[in-house]
Design a binder for this molecule. Sequence first.
Ligand SMILES: Nc1ncnc2c1ncn2[C@@H]1O[C@H](COP(=O)(O)OP(=O)(O)OP(=O)(O)O)[C@@H](O)[C@H]1O
Length: 938
Amino acid sequence: MKMTQTILTRVFSNMPLGKHCHNESYARMLVRFAELKAIQDVSEAEANFNVARSHSQNFAFVHIAHAQFEMSQGNTKRGIYILQNAVQVGAQPKEQLEAALRSIQNGKALLRSSEDKENLPVPNSNAQDCVKKGSEFQKVSRTSDGTGDLQLSSIFSSGRDSLGGAPDDQLPGWRTGSQRKRAVGMPVRVPIVPFSIPEKDDDDYNNSRVSKGSDASIPTSLSRQTSGSNMNPIFGLSSSKNSAVDRDLVCVQQPALSPEKSIWEDQAAIDSTTTLLHTCDTKNASRMEDVTYNFDQIVNSNSPESCWAYLTNLEKRGNPHTDINLLNKLKDCYSKVFFKLPVRQYSKNATYARILVRYAELKGIEDPDEAQDHFIVARSNCKAFAFVHIAHAQFEVSQGNVNKATSILHKAHTLNAKPAELLDIAIHNLKAGEKRLLPNSEEEPPTDLQASAPVMSACGGIQEVQLPARVPVRRSVEQPKPASREPLSEWKIPTSINRHVSPEVKQTTPPEPRPIPRLAESFLTPSLQLPSKVNSQTVCETPNSNRYPAANSFITPVVKRGPEVYSSAAAAHRAGPAQQPCTPLNQPLCAQTPQASLSVLSNESITIKGKQFFILKMIGRGGSSKVYQVLDHKKQLYAVKYVNLEEADAQTIESYKNEIEHLNHLQQYSDQIIKLYDYEITNSYIYMLMECGNLDLNTWLRNRKTVNPLERKFYWKNMLEAVHTIHKHGIVHSDLKPANFVIVNASLKLIDFGIANRIQPDVTSIMKDSQVGTLNYMPPEAIKDTSSQTGKARSKISPKGDVWSLGCILYCMTYGKTPFQSITNQISKLHAIIDPSHKIEFPDISEKDLLDVLKRCLVRNPRERISIAELLEHPYLQLKPQASPEPEYPSNNDLKKILTDLAALQSPNSIIRAANNLARMCSSGKKLDVAECAKSSS
Ligand SMILES: Nc1ncnc2c1ncn2[C@@H]1O[C@H](COP(=O)(O)OP(=O)(O)OP(=O)(O)O)[C@@H](O)[C@H]1O
């Protein structure tokens, strides 16, 4: 059977589907291939039947075979549907379809004639049994006439192969010479295709066969036959010794293998064919020879995209760094691409550029010098693509040639390679000493060279975006909507918020809502295109500041904001700056269609409410969530939070819905709450489309030794505003920590309200074990109350608890650690937090107002603790500099005197010396005194 499959695979390799699918015999081979697949893998069979039906839809037998297969799987309905569909598409002969339909309706399990039935390998899980017992098919396959030539004869006569077919109808199979002769006598359009296995394959083939000699499905004559046979380069036809075969060749219409663009009529065709041809190989990754033949067909399509899809798939078979066979095979395939698809013709094609780059990288595995040459070829021909230059620069970095990398990237800029932003990031990272020029994968690749793959994926080189473990992988096409999924429209918005309402809350009329994107009421069928590549090695962490090099300067690294970038001072005190709905990329990514240019960035996408978003990378993760940075078609940057609800209980799901509802509702009340643009929710998952922050406060703090006093003050104000807003709406966060805030355009925004995953009826909260991790910010009252209860730990929460937590954050921004951080034992820490005799240290600082704020926030008794409203009014937030008093600037009169005194010195040297001394005085803050300067200079 394997042999048959392999031979069929080669037939397909040499005879492109797009070109031959209208040929009846070819259609039969497709069907046969699918039937053989069924013996091993039902899903593969299904895929291959689909390919056969979609391409050779004119032939009734194709549909009937698929329907038969579905029936064998117990899918009667599907079988009927297939047949009805076949009638609709006009498959011929219609009578056969009708007869088959009648058969089904009469409850017959088999749609074929009894003889057909016998010849069919039954697709079931007991395939091995079937093989052992020896189906008719195998019997036939072994009945060689001893000529040593195997012929695949497609002997279905038109219109007689299926239900109601004549008794002499037979399935395609390996025929004896006599059978072949019988076939020759059949209608002329039925070709008899004798072919043998190419010499190149013989050894592999025979070896593998010999070693697996026990395989009952292998014709005994095969090894003899294949040995020493020659491959006809055109059609894989045998230059057989057997003249009978040659005679038969006369009947064969040899398909010309001239490259035809049209053979891949559409992407679906490419995919299905690739699947068809590829799946047969995946079972045996070591059989590289098949790859070559499959690839020949792909190359002949003249489609860089098909080639690339194939090559990337091929590369998944192993690691070319360690598998020399794979490396050679890959290089061989790439060379074929370049031979067939000349670079000059395709230099504007992004996929072709990827191919060039990857080839160079593969070359680099063995010979860096050669790699360099190839990178140069790639850069000089595909100069429009930033990723080509970055990949070369990345390669140079891996070779220790940082200067060269720098010059490559700068040159790319001058060449106007797009997207320029990527070059900027790469340049920035290079300057920062990063090994990786582009942040993308969270995974540390095994070698520097491989590092360029994820790098490229960020910029469009390699298609996979490395993603964290346990992301459920679904593609929209593969993911039927589970019956259990309910649309969110069934989700009722909670009418009351089960939260304690702060006594300090004033019933204020909310400000006029700012327009925000409306969230649609109805929810679409989930159509997910989740990351296909799941990487279990991935370290899931929030981005560090190195990856966001510009964060410290308040600029999104991916984004150039131009006028939107304002100073931190201005940002913090600007009254309600109208936030842009999202972060725009200023420049077009490249001079292609938006679709194409985005697919250059990533082929991984998420579809939310029917809109596609391209995943750039994962930027964070929570308890049951993962957050991705994505781009839409307009190149707008967003964050998408994905929450897996598969494991979640009803309460948790409800709490998430509650969280989203509040987030949605509170958008209009504060700019310090992260923008939620849209969401999609089912019983299995949630997607939240949000404004994308640069990085979270936790990461920001972790990567800084000191915090600028102004930044601290502005961030403090942002935090207070955000928390005040949620308090005003009856929400107490009760789990505030730096990770709950992200930096967006120089200001801090709250990303969650602490509702999800926690159930907090009224004023009590069930403290989850997972919160132990955040003890450093936990208010004493929470600990006291949890310790006073037995069984379920419950705690009274109030807005004052959030004040304590905020105080801890501010403390950390002031002293570089939280008040109880140095106590490492968790129990001792808990004791210290609630123990009034444990004095919190407040080392003296020049900002007295700040000190006061800290002391008043970190009061153990919540009733004595300052409120958020008071904090907002606190002098600390009044914008008057404290730490560094303004230097005294000389008045005009002073200046006049200084200049006069200087002039009076007369000697140029004295004047210079005095001027230098003046400058020194000036920078040390001393009062300027020319006489003094003159004295010291003399
Ligand atoms: N809109 C955003 N922009 C940038 N980064 C974000 C955004 N939202 C979340 N993140 C990042 O993702 C991390 C996890 O966010 P998430 O909201 O899922 O955390 P969580 O509330 O702890 O998780 P969970 O709700 O599952 O318990 C954050 O700490 C932050 O680093």
